[in-house]
Write a protein that binds this ligand. Structure first.
Ligand code: PLP
Length: 461
């Protein structure tokens, strides 16, 4: 019976009648396959990729479920495994169990966040969850937000709204100010916005990796002398290489003085703002016009999960609304395809909502605190005589043996990365201020102190 159902190739879609026995069996098989992969992580290491991995393309006839399950297994066995405790390279933590379920439900639901009539309940869910976040970070009633597929898109939504709001939509003299340690995707955002790289002005950072306020003031004066019109200043709440936080309070005061839109790129650190973990700058984020929060990067909401929150929802409506002539509208309900760049969009909000509902504020705080604790343990025990260490208040550390020249840093980090991977530790190798560094991101809940001790021993060897 089971084999018969699993091999039935005439069933393409879920049935609106009957029991969907075939789908249930397939889902059970998929769940088993996925869970086996999780359980084998220890044996296979964080990055078990075979260069001969074969991608088989669709053929004239469709393939059987048995073939497809074997291909799914091969795909999994050649994939980066975020649940492995040695997966410490990037901002890609293990997936939260309830978030995996959310992805499954969203796929089955196949609703579309473009319009209320295509996703009534999920539209309200996204609106309400954005409002919940907005309230948590201290925005008032006119605030809200929109989900987008990743931090780059959330930031882009914000920058386009900022430029539109400043009345500089097509002005080639409009500029954006970021710190020199801000994420590289701002270059992409500038290009997409039809601006040139000279319209992206970088402010120096201090020795802690935070935007220098004297340098910001100097740059603002130069911009005004050169008749450059600033449409936004971006403060980074957690830089990619060392988790530094720009001086948000000072930047917000400058933005207020000069009537400039403040955007906070909180892709890494923004989620800390819903907890009571004391981190400098967090209590000023409600002074911003917009903030990106990317729960995919640290608490394990499955990718992609990113929100842009704005202090005033009308700024998004004014910027993006065109009218959707083929879609019905309802009084007081915003079709969410009208407040951001994306049109059709999946119900990604479900996995965020389920993940947060399951964790509660206590669970979120526990995950975040544990990542800081692992970072502190690593820093406490790494040899300070041997390494220069770059870190901030968050869970990211970059480091390099003292005294290495740029070329030596390139070869040392390459060798070390490979050596560590052979011992089942995956770190990353960011380039920063002309040198390469090793970076650990301590967002993996499966990593414990004995794993970190083992890593430190390898670094000491
Ligand atoms: C600070 C910061 N901003 C933005 C991004 C871009 O986010 P995404 O990769 O989700 O588009 C990243 C990615 O790591 C980041 O570290």
């Amino acid at each position: 019976m089971t084999e018969e159902l699993i091999n039935n190739k005439d069933i393409y879609f879920p049935s609106y009648l009957g029991t969907n026995d075939n789908l249930i069996i397939l889902l059970n098989r998929a769940t088993q396959t996925l869970c086996n992969w999780f359980s084998k992580a220890e044996k296979h290491g964080p990055l078990p990729f075979d260069e001969n991995f074969n991608c088989i393309m669709p053929e004239q006839d469709g393939n059987s479920a048995v073939d497809l399950f074997s291909e799914i297994e091969s795909l999994l066995n050649n994939s980066f495994n975020p649940v492995h405790p040695g997966s410490l390279a990037h901002l890609d933590p293990p997936p939260l169990i309830f978030s995996i379920l959310g992805d499954l439900i969203a796929a089955g639901l196949n609703n579309n966040l473009l319009a209320y009539e295509l996703s009534p309940s999920v539209t309200l869910l996204e609106e309400s969850l954005c409002k919940w976040f907005a309230e948590k970070i201290g925005f008032n009633d006119s605030a809200g937000g929109i989900a987008a597929s990743g931090g780059t898109l959330s930031n882009l939504n914000a920058l386009i709204a900022a430029r539109h709001n400043a009345g500089l939509g097509s002005d080639p003299n409009s500029v954006l100010l970021i710190s020199e340690d801000a994420h590289s995707s701002f270059i992409k955002c500038t290009r997409i916005m039809g601006l040139d790289e000279t319209n992206l002005v970088r402010i120096e950072t201090d020795n802690k990796g935070c935007m220098s306020i004297p340098n910001l003031r100097k740059t603002l004066d130069i911009c005004s002398k050169e008749n450059k019109k600033i449409f936004a200043i971006v403060a980074t709440l957690g830089t990619t290489v060392r988790g530094a936080i720009d001086p948000i309070k000072d930047i917000s005061e400058i933005c207020k003085e000069r009537n400039i839109w403040l955007h906070i790129d909180g892709s890494i650190g923004g989620i800390f703002a819903v907890t009571s973990i004391p981190i400098e700058g967090l209590n000023s984020i409600n002074k911003a016009n917009s903030i990106t929060i990317n729960p995919q990067k640290i608490i394990g909401i499955t990718k992609t999960s990113s929100l842009l929150l704005v202090s005033n929802m009308s700024t998004l409506e004014n910027t993006f609304s065109t009218g959707l002539p083929y879609i019905s509208s309802k009084k007081n309900i915003i079709n969410r395809g009208e407040i951001g760049i994306q049109g059709s969009r999946p119900a990604e909000i479900i996995k965020l909502w389920l993940g947060l509902r399951f964790l509660g504020l206590k669970g979120i705080e526990e995950i975040l605190k544990s990542s800081i604790k692992r970072k502190d343990f690593f820093i406490k025990n790494i040899s300070k005589n041997k390494y220069d260490i770059y870190s901030g208040p968050l869970h990211i550390v970059s480091f390099l043996p003292k005294g290495l020249m740029p070329k030596e840093s390139d070869s040392w980090t390459k060798t070390k990365i490979n050596e560590l991977l052979k011992n089942n530790f995956m770190l990353s190798r960011p380039k920063f201020n002309d040198k390469y560094y090793l970076r650990v991101v301590m967002g993996n809940y499966n990593t414990n102190e004995s794993h970190i001790e083992e890593l430190l021993k390898l670094l000491d060897a």
